[in-house]
Design a protein. Sequence first.
Lengths: 197, 780
Amino acid sequence: MATDTHPKHKRKRTPTHTFILNGKQVHVNCPADVRLLWVLRDLLHVHGPKYGCGLMVCKACTCLINGRARQVCGVPVGELSDCDHVVTIEGLARSVGKELHPMQRAWLDYDVAQCGYCQPGQIMDAVGLVNEVHAAGRQVTDADLDRFRNVCRCGTYPRIRAAILDAATEMHASSEYGCISPVKATLKRRKPPAFTG
Amino acid sequence: MGGAHSAREEGTDGISRRRFLGYVLAGPILVTAADMTAAQSARAAVPTVQPVDFYDLTDLLTDSTMPTAHLITVAVNPDGTVSFSLPRAEVGQGITTAVAMVIADEMDVPVENVKVTLADARPELLFNQQTQGSDSMNSLYTPLRVAAAAARGRLTQAAARSLQAPLPRLKVRDGHVYAPDGRSASYGSLTRAAASERTARVVAQLKPRSTQTVVGTPQRRTDALAAVTGRKVFAMDLDVPNALPTMLCRAPTINGSARAVRNLAQVSSMPGITDVVVIPHTQYIAGGVAVRGATFGQCIDAVRALRVDWGPGTVDGVSESDVLGELMANELPMAPALGQTLDQRFTFYFRPGDPLEPNCAVADVRPDRAEIWSSLKTPIWVKQTIADLVGLPEEAVTVHVSQGGGSFGRHLFADAAFEAAVVSKAIGKPVKLMWHRTDSFRQGRVHPMATSRVRVTYAGQNVLAFDQRHTGVVTDIGEGFGDVFSAMVGHTEAGALGYSQGYFNLTANVPYNFGPVTQQLNEIYELGEFNTSSVRSVYGSDYSTAVELMVDQTAKVMGQDPYRFRRAFARDARMTAVLDQVASAASWGRPMPPGTAQGIAVHREYKGFAACVAEIDCRPSTVDRKIVDAYTGARVTRVVFVIDVGLPINPLGLEAQMMGGIMDGIAQALSYSLHLQDGHFLESSWDNAHYTRQWNTPPEVQVIVMPPTTDTPGGAGEFAVPTSMAAVACAYARATGTLPTYFPVNHFDIDYEPMPTVPPIPQSPTDGLTHSGPTVKGAG
């Protein structure tokens, strides 16, 4: 049987990308346009972020990048710099120094998950939403929840709403969850290539 | 805590309602099983005609599992945990939690000490390893209890010897057996003594309902922590050595097949790509051009770069208007009108059938053996088919059942597992194969398009007859369900008409005293080959919505209130009870502003009854509300749902199942469909096919679980879909004053620019660092 654990690098040496993943610096060799979702899942074997569309629509792949919820299926790994913090569901609790993040605890309290496939993305987006709303000095509203785009095909939406509101109260009461990193997303940004459908 | 029930060698006693035969299997630790052959023969023989009042799909599926119940075992481990290898799929419905609860209750062990895993394909189980028809709890409940009770009996006997205490005075609590003087022995310490050198039959005494302490109480999911920490492992999360990401480039029309690749060398040399191979279209796989690479992202690039010559598909040039014409031309004739009638035809468009986890499987096919991992509801059939596909004997193929990220009927079929096996064999390497989301919408299995004609014959305040003719594109049931139907009803009238006919006849019903009722199904093969499957609730969502809308129309011409009318014609006291409960909890008839209304519906299936009240807001200010990149439309503002499943095992899980079904019902009534145009579906993204999202989630959802009405659990998984879809449709009709005659009601509002079909899948965005959510109109 043929093996090819190290895929062929047929053209030239692939670049090395460095960023901080769940608190630890990681290096990965691959072309710069490979989206972070696949870098995490296929190269680094971090499987919490899930694939559901590859179009930033279902949001099952959401992670926190410098504290903001981002769909990593639409982030080329080359856009990250070595001081960018990427937090996946696996590192969420540790990022606040807890066994479980308040959002995860609320998820357990309301028994939110059904199949669980979308839940890492839901939780990461929920944390991002609460962080942004609190940073803007206000509370989560029904309108915020109505705009919460994540697809849950099992349809556990009502429990998701309840859990977010519950966790938001706890997060608001404590400065531990302040949250949007002062480290700005790095600006080595190029003009994004045109979308060709 | 309860007294020690006895498990004696057979022959000392007869078998009562709570006494069953079980087995202790030969081995070093205690392993027990149920013998349900007597239970099966106690039920009436499979009848030749199946009016659901006497014998329904649940009976059929459960009966088909009884002969092999003794092959499903409960094992007590030396560490005190109890193991059960579940021959069903866990796809989010909560079956592993419910099963753990049943075992824990019968044995008096903590629920968390019961370790439930998903069994590999076991052909010896015959019909007892399929997950369908919302039948898992109905078919497993008693065999599980018997096996658990047999284990408990053996353990207490062993404790009596070990503690030298009289058996009747022993008490069991939390996996320990206590003597009257307080000394105790744990199940773990007793398992070797309770084991048997030879397989022996025992009598198992089940707990009376009054002493069950876990069954019927709300229990959180046993896998919840894994789910919220990212540790729950789905098929694509497995790290099988050298199983690299693999995707297929699929045809521009449904079931088109790849003839040749024009740029094979170029694509083969793209970064990360290891293999490119043409996979022919066959009966079992869609086929196309497979690419394998270091990352799925590079597979997407390669799929998009491929230049493929495509052969024709199976429905090239066909659009949904053609399908509708064909369906209408093939509708069976209605009964003659003998009096005043109400006549109506309803149309139900194609709907997607896929869960959020895409079709996926890992396959490692070698010259002498094969190993497959996938979420599968019919693993025995999959194992047998893969053996055929790759040319290996059945015993050389191992099929592992993974945790599933949803199913809704989809995993009765195993398209990804078949493809993965064939691709792995073709290139001689392991593969981790996944469909792109766009493939799922465009080439995936769908809920077939159908029409439903209803004729209500009435006089004065009475309904004299009720007729329904349901006509549809063929629902592919044969492969997933085939074995059961061929074995159980193959020689009966229902079976002779085909599997889908059998299914329809064993489920369809009108739960009202409407005089003679006829419901007939006609499925049209002449339309060509669509990829369909039995999507959650199968025919129920459509035929029941048509029935309930016409019930409202009938009540209207008779000048009666929809709730009181249903109550007056209800055929069953359990139905009246759920209707009364839902009407009371929802304040049925409360004043509502113009443009808003309540709708009520009821559904009977799966040995249970459900009733739903939906409130809808169809005012322009709501319909036209703006949410970025969202289809909004009419909004269901409140749902009250009442469910009677007989014996609820886990009310919290049952509530979750109803909640999810309600979201399906809302989607199917209002917004979720596919558009067939010129041989392909237009939709390619979750933002095109409008499954319910938060902006269409009712702000208020209340699920009421009725107290037990029987001593066995009925079905749950599909129940809420028809009931809520019908209630939403009825509410829509009342709010707008217009009877909706096609579904979903927004079907002709296409709010996106369809993506091209070549290349078949879109590229991922690149600006994800700057914002959250979709960016490109048409892309999402």
